[in-house]
Design a protein around this ligand. Structure first.
Ligand SMILES: CC(C)(COP(=O)(O)OP(=O)(O)OC[C@H]1O[C@@H](n2cnc3c(N)ncnc32)[C@H](O)[C@@H]1OP(=O)(O)O)[C@@H](O)C(=O)NCCC(=O)NCCS
Length: 158
C-alpha cells in the first residue's frame, strides 16, 4: 500500500470511492474535491494498492482554532477493509497534527455506525460525552445542526 496526498489527478477516483460509502459517507461534488486537493492536501491522504485508490481521508485544519484538525470523511473500499487502510490514513493526519503542534483531532459518525465506532476507538479516539447513549455510544444532540445528532470522537495529541 502506498499513501499519497490528494491531488487533482486522484480527485475523480476519490469521488468514485466515496460513492461506495452509503449510507455513512456520501461523495461530495467534483469542485469540493478540487478544493480539498488545492487547499487541504496535507490532511487528505489517499491510499493506493497497485495504482488503485482503496482508501481516502478528508481532513482540515481549523482556522478558528489552528490547534485542531477535523476529519470530515474516511472511507476504505469494501474489498480492502480490515487491512489497516483507515488506520494508516489516520496515522498520516496524526503525524501532521504533531508536526503542527495541534492538540486535537476530532470527527463525528452517525449514531448507528458501529463499524466506525469500533475503528475510532481501536485507533485511540475517545467518544466524547454527549446528551444520551445508544447501544453504548454517547451521542451529542444536534451537533451538525437541528436533528443531526452525532457521535463525536476525539484524539488528543501529546
Ligand atoms: C470505518 C472504516 C473507515 C474502517 O476502515 P478499515 O480500513 O477497514 O479500518 P482498519 O482496517 O484500519 O481497522 C482498524 C481497526 O478498527 C477496528 N475495526 C474496523 N472495522 C471493524 C469492523 N467492521 N468490526 C469491528 N472492528 C472494526 C478493528 O479494531 C481494526 O483493527 P483489526 O482489523 O486489526 O482488528 C470502513 O469500515 C469504512 O470505510 N466504512 C464505510 C464508511 C464509513 O462508515 N466511514 C466512517 C464514517 S464516520
Amino acid at each position: 500500500m502506498r499513501i499519497t496526498a490528494l491531488n487533482q489527478d486522484l480527485a475523480d477516483e476519490v469521488l468514485k470511492l466515496m460513492n461506495l460509502g452509503s449510507p455513512y459517507v456520501r461523495a461530495r461534488t467534483p469542485s469540493d474535491y478540487w478544493l480539498y486537493a488545492r487547499l487541504f492536501a496535507s490532511t487528505c491522504p489517499v491510499a493506493l494498492v497497485d495504482g488503485l485508490v482503496v482508501g481516502a481521508l478528508i481532513g482540515m485544519r481549523s482556522q478558528e482554532d489552528p490547534f485542531e484538525i477535523y476529519i470530515q470523511d474516511v472511507m476504505t473500499h469494501p474489498d480492502h477493509r480490515r487491512r489497516g487502510v483507515a488506520g494508516a490514513l489516520v496515522d498520516i493526519v496524526r503525524r501532521r497534527g504533531r508536526e503542527w503542534g495541534c492538540r486535537r483531532i476530532y470527527l463525528t459518525s452517525e449514531p448507528d455506525n458501529a463499524r466506525a465506532y469500533a475503528a475510532w476507538t481501536s485507533m485511540g479516539f475517545a467518544n466524547t460525552p454527549g446528551d444520551y447513549t445508544t447501544n453504548g455510544v454517547s451521542i451529542t444532540r444536534d451537533f451538525k445542526g437541528l436533528g443531526k445528532d452525532r457521535a463525536v470522537f476525539e484524539l488528543l495529541l501529546p
